[in-house]
Ligand binder design. Structure first.
Ligand SMILES: NC(=O)c1ccc[n+]([C@@H]2O[C@H](COP(=O)([O-])OP(=O)(O)OC[C@H]3O[C@@H](n4cnc5c(N)ncnc54)[C@H](OP(=O)(O)O)[C@@H]3O)[C@@H](O)[C@H]2O)c1
Length: 396
């Protein structure tokens, strides 16, 4: 039974009503730290080697005794990379197939008509500071993308306004021709101006334009899903309906396979479901800020993928609550995991419809995040996490 489904959590989740979290369209990146089916049952390997050092920094793959698996050649992607990364291309002295084993243990879930592994990758961090302009290290950005896919990630989140354009072009350069099973998901309703401000771009014709721009910059004929990202906290009404209609039209024309909703309340979700199928919901949700529990519960009940953005916490103060938490460090010592891995494992454990898209600009953090899939929480860990990180944010 997942934590979400347990009677006590179910009660606390359902007892809260829903208010959209007031979060920015683009979460400011934190500085570098020191250092399609229903969910399949997870069988987690036992771990036998520590993965964090005394400072809580990640030091290696999950289980040095874990039998290694070779990555099968992956269709057109082979032309770029020839299969698994070698040690020389890996940041932690590992083959990327080590991470494949870990992320496969988390299973997969439906993303509309697609089936994706539950551990994906969010590409927002690959742009420059404040998600604006080119990356600090372009070569590393390309390597991160290739390493993610070589490790088995088949769900990448992006947006035309990351950069803007920068992140989509990096994805295109790193990964095209795309593996057939790679679900690229984008979002529309915002744009950047020359001074890096984030502005609404959410009239129905602008949403259509946003979808078409994503297709062009990514170099694809269609996208697995596009999220309608709500830019304000208004009650859903006729304007929301007309925005949704633009995405329905794009889906009917084959430009997108699924419609997603982002930064929404339960009322948005229920109103949208009266009009169309919803492939995924992307809301702020993490261990230290459990916003919109009612939206998560509704998605779980209906078999809709729930994709928590900023899974390591936002803003910086909230992220610090996770990454520097003494409770997580202590739990990490027991479970041989870093605080970041525990925060991600908590999400994987919470409900089988949760798909992760943690973001990073480094292969070291990518490896750490992918291996979080193999961290097994037990009842004592769940209880401890619930005690230290209670649900505090009320939804309406
Ligand atoms: N729908 C929306 O409105 C919306 C809003 C925000 C984001 N998103 C999507 O959600 C994805 C995830 O959110 P996010 O990238 O903002 O936040 P996140 O995944 O919670 O955290 C990213 C931040 O944490 C750091 N980090 C990553 N792995 C770490 C680790 N193992 N240990 C310590 N620090 C680590 C990263 O720095 P390094 O780069 O140095 O690793 C970066 O500063 C984004 O990439 C984007 O695709 C959607």
């Amino acid at each position: 039974m997942s934590v979400l489904d347990s009677p006590s959590n179910r009660h606390s989740f359902l007892a809260r009503s829903a208010k959209v979290a007031a979060v920015p369209v683009i979460a400011a990146p934190a500085p570098p730290t020191p250092t399609a089916c229903r969910a399949t049952p997870r069988s987690r390997p036992r771990r036998s080697a520590p993965r964090s050092n005394a400072q809580g920094h990640y030091v290696g793959r999950i289980n040095r005794n874990m039998p290694r698996r070779r990555i099968r050649a992956r269709g057109p992607y082979e032309h770029h990379h020839g299969g698994a990364c070698t040690n020389s291309d890996s940041s932690a002295g590992e083959t990327m197939s080590d991470h494949l084993h870990a992320i496969e243990s988390a299973g997969s879930y439906a993303l509309g008509p697609w089936h994706v592994r539950r551990i994906g990758y969010g590409a927002m961090q690959l742009a420059g500071d404040n998600v604006f302009g080119p990356p600090r290290d372009r070569d590393e950005a390309l390597r991160v993308l290739r390493a993610a896919v070589d490790s088995g990630v088949n769900h990448i989140d992006t947006a035309q306004y990351y950069g803007p354009v920068v992140v989509n072009e990096l994805i295109r350069e790193a990964l095209r021709p795309y593996p057939a099973d790679l679900a690229i998901v984008s979002k529309v309703s915002a744009r950047r101006d020359a001074a890096d401000a984030v502005l609404p771009f959410d009239e129905p014709h602008q949403l259509r334009q946003g979808i078409e721009e994503n297709l062009t910059t990514l170099g694809v004929s269609h996208l697995a899903a596009v999220n309608l990202r709500m830019m304000d906290q208004s009650t859903p009404g006729t304007r929301f309906d007309s925005q949704l209609a633009a995405l329905i039209q794009a889906r009917e024309e084959g430009l997108i396979d699924g419609i997603g909703l982002s930064n929404i309340s339960k009322r948005h979700l229920l109103r949208a479901l009266e009009q169309t199928e919803v492939a995924c919901v992307q809301n702020l949700f993490n261990l230290a800020d459990q916003s919109s529990p009612d939206v998560l519960q509704e998605c779980t009940n209906r078999g809709i993928a729930f994709v928590p953005f900023c899974p390591l916490g936002w803003p910086r103060s909230v992220q610090n609550q996770i990454l520097t938490s003494p409770a997580l460090a202590a739990l990490g010592n027991r479970l041989q995991a870093t605080p970041a891995q525990i925060a991600l494992a908590w999400l994987v454990d919470l409900a089988s419809n949760i798909l992760l898209i943690p973001g990073t600009r480094t292969r070291a953090h990518l490896a750490e995040n992918l291996d979080a899939a193999g961290v097994q929480l037990d009842e004592a860990s769940r209880a401890e996490l619930a005690r230290h990180f209670p649900v505090t944010r009320q939804s309406a």
